[in-house]
Ligand binder design. Structure first.
Ligand code: B1M
Length: 215
């Protein structure tokens, strides 16, 4: 894997045009999309988070960096999502109520598509009742919930409770993830699986779908 310092700088600097241009160069150079994300793009977002924590960056810089990251990911998405096979399972995924972060969730969705699953993306700030309605309509094997804020983690528990109350919990496997979420928290709230990152989430989702089909 090559180092792509200009892409790193473009994301940290919130320059979406340069981020897209360098991503295109990386694709043309045959760079592995997953390596580009884990080696360059995700560390750039971590640096943006650090600068926000030490109050060198504020919300406008987060927004610009998010836009630059998305500009690169948009170009990588078709490469990540191309599996060429018929879907072997269905996933409904969304960022929970109150939370607007979607970069990680989108990455998870792309990697799941790349693992041969059909993904129905409910977007961000998704109320529990929207998850319930999507389960009834689309009959997924897996429901994925993402949360990036400690204050929105309880929305995961509230959504699971709503699934139980609506009588749709037992027919699906629930996977949760996002920076503040942990394996322990997943157990605590009654989720079936925790995805530490997009690649792990896609591998687990595929396994759960295969098990559901075999059962
Ligand atoms: Co926000 N933000 N933000 N932000 N933001 C964080 C999360 C924060 C950690 C920054 C910091 O303080 N260092 C902090 C949260 C602190 C906390 O609660 N612990 C924070 C804050 C405070 C806020 C606001 C409250 C700021 C404000 O307004 N004062 C506000 C909240 C808005 C809201 O949601 N209601 C806010 C807003 C925003 C923007 C909208 C400006 C922007 C998001 C743009 C977007 O997503 N479209 C933004 C950004 C960009 C960030 C940081 C810098 C980057 C997030 C990101 O995209 N990371 C972030 C700092 C950080 O993460 N270090 C931060 C890259 C991405 C690939 O990683 O999302 O972790 P991640 O996803 C990973 C894994 O977590 C996992 O796989 C992904 C890929 O490997 N994963 C799953 C994620 N979902 C999964 C689901 C799964 C499985 C795995 O299964 C279903």
């Amino acid at each position: 894997m090559q180092d792509w310092p200009k892409l790193y700088d473009a994301i940290v600097g919130g320059d979406d045009k340069t981020a897209a241009r360098i991503t295109e160069q990386a694709i043309d150079a045959g760079e592995d999309p997953s390596a580009l994300i884990t080696g360059t793009m995700a560390p750039a977002m971590a640096e943006v988070g650090r600068l926000f924590e030490i109050e060198e960056y504020f919300v406008p810089e987060l927004l610009l960096a998010g836009r630059a990251m998305k500009a690169g990911l948009e170009l990588l998405r078709p490469l990540l999502a191309a599996s060429g096979a018929e879907p072997t399972g269905r996933v409904v995924i969304g960022t929970v109520k109150g939370d607007l972060h979607d970069i990680g969730k989108n990455l998870v969705a792309s990697m799941m598509e790349g693992a041969g699953l059909e993904v129905i993306d409910l977007g961000v700030d998704v109320p529990a009742e929207t998850f319930v309605a999507a389960i009834r309509e689309r009959q997924p094997q897996i429901v994925g919930m993402s949360a990036l804020l400690t204050v929105t983690m309880p929305a995961i528990k509230a959504t699971i409770d709503a699934l139980v109350a609506a009588g749709v919990r037992d027919g699906v496997k629930i996977m949760i993830g996002g920076a503040p979420v942990s394996e322990e928290y997943a157990r605590e709230v009654g989720a079936d699986a925790y995805g530490e990152n997009a690649a792990v989430a896609a591998t687990i989702a595929k396994r759960l779908c295969d098990e559901a089909r075999a059962a």
